[in-house]
Design a protein around this ligand. Structure first.
Ligand code: MN
Length: 457
């Protein structure tokens, strides 16, 4: 493959239908960005690095069926006509080409009819990446710039693309197509969003901040969803699940290995539904038995008297433990801190073994830049809406502020300014000027002519 002169990477657009389940609202800005890409000189690739379209936001969320997937694709294209018009113009411009990678919210791209639907609008000749293999750009001296969506080392969202492709081709195991994270979207996140808890997939990471926060503040609603999402929980097997998870969370995380992406031990869907409760509670020093008591009769912070530490019951202990863990993880997940911690960067320690000078991933929705031994890591962030809790929020502040801001969290558009949804439209700009040279930038696209920091009243 001869190298393009410029590669622009965007990921995690999560294009949807613009309804209350949709977290993408940057259509006009994305169209301007694509026009800007089309006007760049020379050979330019625009890479959509996974989760470009979000099939999980559209009911039925989990339907790995060609006809349904094509219908969802057509609806998304209709609702995002301006974006698709500019993508078509870009792709039709000489020297400009589109590369489109699969992620974990869009495995429906594995159906040829879905890709044909997209190509009807954009023209043929799109370079599709439809499995866990990365998009590699190899420099003459052997160094590699690697692009990958990044769900591989995420045990909840790891996808068996070979099996999914087999199912799309009429074989394979349909029951194993969607990763556990997708079942969680269907059983827990989508119902929470439909019930008005819109923040659940704007606050990142959703499994380790948004969901434990919901459990701490509104445990009865969240618990009933956990039960819906977890037949084994309903069947009274919660004790064995809690103890197994309790053991599992002592293990060390997987890494991007030299042979590619290592595979984590995967939890069953039932276990997953409880995983975050257990992880949060364990981090707070709650015992398995206390946790089981709480699961039988959950209490939220708002329901327990706050007059002094002495009245802490087991319910309050679990809720407080969940909030402490929320505060701890939240401090590592600030969308405004490009040099903040990054889970995927930490799992890319083997870059030098494959001569990878730059690894670009998405998936986490948190734009990041990290130096690693022998190379660099950039996370391209997201074009979807985000929310943010202040990173220095102590768990005490969380209790005081958030318990008073309960309804604000549920109606973020009119919440205090610090809690309102925002967009941070980031992309990666890579140049290959010739020979072994390369250069890369993490950039933010203007949302409007001026970058708005806060909107009042
Ligand atoms: Mn993803």
């Amino acid at each position: 493959m001869s190298l393009p002169q410029r590669v622009l990477v965007i990921s995690d657009l999560h294009l949807g239908l613009g309804d209350k389940m949709c977290i993408f609202s940057a259509g006009a800005a994305l169209a301007r960005f694509v026009e800007w890409c089309a006007a760049l000189p020379g050979r330019v690739e625009l890479v959509i690095l996974g989760d470009g379209l979000d099939y999980l936001q559209i009911d039925p969320a989990l339907a790995f069926d060609a006809d349904i997937a094509v219908a969802k694709t057509q609806w998304i294209i209709e609702k995002n006509a301006e974006v698709f018009a500019t993508l078509a113009a870009f792709h039709g411009t000489p020297g400009k080409s589109l590369v489109w990678s699969v992620g974990n919210h869009d495995i429906e791209l594995l159906f040829p009819a879905v890709r044909a639907t997209i190509e009807q609008h954009l023209g043929g000749g799109i370079t599709w990446r439809l499995d866990e293999r990365p998009r590699d750009y190899e420099l003459p001296g052997g160094a590699v710039v690697r692009l990958i969506h990044g769900n591989g080392p995420d045990p909840f969202n790891w996808v068996d693309y070979a099996n999914a492709q087999a199912v799309a081709d009429g074989a394979g195991d349909l029951a194993k197509v969607y990763p556990h994270g997708s079942h969680m979207v269907e059983k827990i996140f989508n119902p929470l969003k439909a019930a008005g808890y819109r923040y659940v997939d704007m606050l990142k990471p959703e499994e380790r901040v948004a969901l434990p926060l919901t459990l701490a503040l509104w445990p009865k609603e969240a618990k009933s969803l956990l039960k819906d999402g977890s037949p084994a929980f309903r069947a009274g097997m919660r004790e064995s699940i809690v103890r197994k998870l309790s053991a599992l969370f002592g293990r060390k995380a997987d890494v991007f290995g030299p042979e590619g992406v290592a595979r984590s031990e995967v939890l069953s869907g039932d276990e997953l539904a409880l995983a975050d409760v257990v992880r949060g509670a364990l981090a707070g020093g709650v015992s398995d038995d206390e946790l089981l008591d709480w699961l039988d009769d959950p209490q939220g912070l708002a329901e327990v008297p706050v007059a002094g530490e002495a009245v802490f019951g087991a319910g309050r202990k679990v809720a407080a433990a969940l909030l402490r863990e929320v505060a701890r993880i939240n401090a590592t997940a600030d969308p405004f801190d490009p040099f903040g911690p990054d889970d995927l960067a930490d799992k890319s320690v083997h870059l030098h073994e494959e001569k990878i000078v730059l690894l670009v991933a998405g998936h986490t929705h948190l734009a990041r830049v990290h130096e690693r031994e022998g190379g660099w890591y950039i996370n391209s962030g997201t074009w979807a809406d985000l929310m943010r809790l202040p990173p220095n929020l102590s768990s005490t502040m969380l209790e005081q502020d958030l318990v008073h801001a309960l309804e604000h969290l549920r109606t973020p558009d009119t919440a205090p300014a610090w809690l309102r949804p925002f967009r941070r439209l980031t992309f990666v700009d890579i140049a290959f000027p010739g020979g072994d040279q390369w250069a890369a930038k993490l950039c933010q696209w203007p949302d409007t002519d001026a970058v708005t920091i806060a909107t009042l009243p």
